[in-house]
Design a protein around this ligand. Structure first.
Ligand SMILES: NC(=O)c1ccc[n+]([C@@H]2O[C@H](COP(=O)([O-])OP(=O)(O)OC[C@H]3O[C@@H](n4cnc5c(N)ncnc54)[C@H](OP(=O)(O)O)[C@@H]3O)[C@@H](O)[C@H]2O)c1
Length: 229
């Protein structure tokens, strides 16, 4: 189950896990992108399903996750990937926009994880990958809402790990640096040059490799950077 699986990092993870034989559920707000991505996933010979909901609305998240779990026969892996990156100075960003970043990035992870938890527990071998950001490790100019949201995701994820490992669920907190995607290119963080800058596929390979580790081993926290952007 991958939130924000219709494009960007989420789509790259979906396609790579499908190539490993994993059935995939993707979620997002853009049905057209989800439908197209689901068709691409099916080409790998696995089952694909999608649900349309906004991660900041608790009831919609629960309904969507329940439907996907029913269609796919449960949830073993949840990738909390959906997020928004609105950047701007503290005194320039309207309070409503600031709040929306927190609602999407923090509450989105919380609502989705809570909706998936009964299925992950039932699986007896669950995995949760929470996609935070290096921006959450330290505040910086024009990043206040995004950095605060990701710092909170790191903290939530670490608490989740401490509680859910008792249920054989590995909770993995990832803090990627800039990766070429709509968010980073439109946000002016990078030109996305594939010769120099991390691509969504690099992140997806890392996620796949972490998930493939022996179940007695859990990467609790990790960062990934471009070597020389
Ligand atoms: N790219 C980077 O440099 C970078 C670095 C560190 C961390 N990250 C994190 O990686 C994750 C993926 O980012 P990306 O770079 O792939 O960004 P992206 O290309 O902008 O994609 C964002 C994804 O999140 C989904 N999404 C956004 N708001 C949503 C909402 N309210 N409800 C449901 N889905 C929503 C979008 O789906 P729809 O369009 O269908 O709504 C889309 O699939 C984010 O959490 C981001 O903060 C990215």
């Amino acid at each position: 189950m991958i939130t924000g699986g219709g494009r960007g990092l989420g789509k790259a993870i979906a396609l790579l896990l499908a190539a490993e034989g994993v059935n995939i559920g993707i979620t997002g707000r853009n049905e057209k992108a989800l439908k197209e991505t689901a068709a691409e996933i099916e080409k790998a010979g696995v089952k694909a399903a999608y649900a349309v909901f906004s991660v900041d609305e608790e009831a919609g998240v629960k309904t969507g996750i329940d439907e996907l779990a029913k269609t796919l026969g449960g949830i073993d892996i949840l990738v909390n990937n959906a997020g928004i990156g609105n950047f701007g100075a503290l005194d320039k960003m309207p309070a409503t926009e600031w709040e929306q970043v927190i609602r999407t990035n923090l509450f989105g992870v919380y609502y989705t994880a809570m909706a998936a938890y009964p299925y992950l527990k039932a699986s007896g071998a669950g995995d949760v990958v929470n996609v935070a950001s290096t921006a959450g490790l330290k505040g910086s100019a024009n990043m206040s809402a995004y950095a605060a949201s990701k710092a909170a995701v790191i903290s939530l994820s670490q608490s989740m790990m401490a509680e859910w490992r008792k249920q054989e669920i590995r909770v993995i907190t990832l803090t990627p640096s800039t990766i070429a995607s709509d968010m980073s290119i439109q946000g002016g963080l990078t030109d996305g040059n594939p010769e120099k800058v991390l691509q969504p596929e690099d992140f997806a390979e890392w996620v796949r490799d972490i998930l493939k580790m022996n179940r007695r081993a859990m990467i609790a926290n990790g960062s990934i950077f471009s070597t020389n952007p």
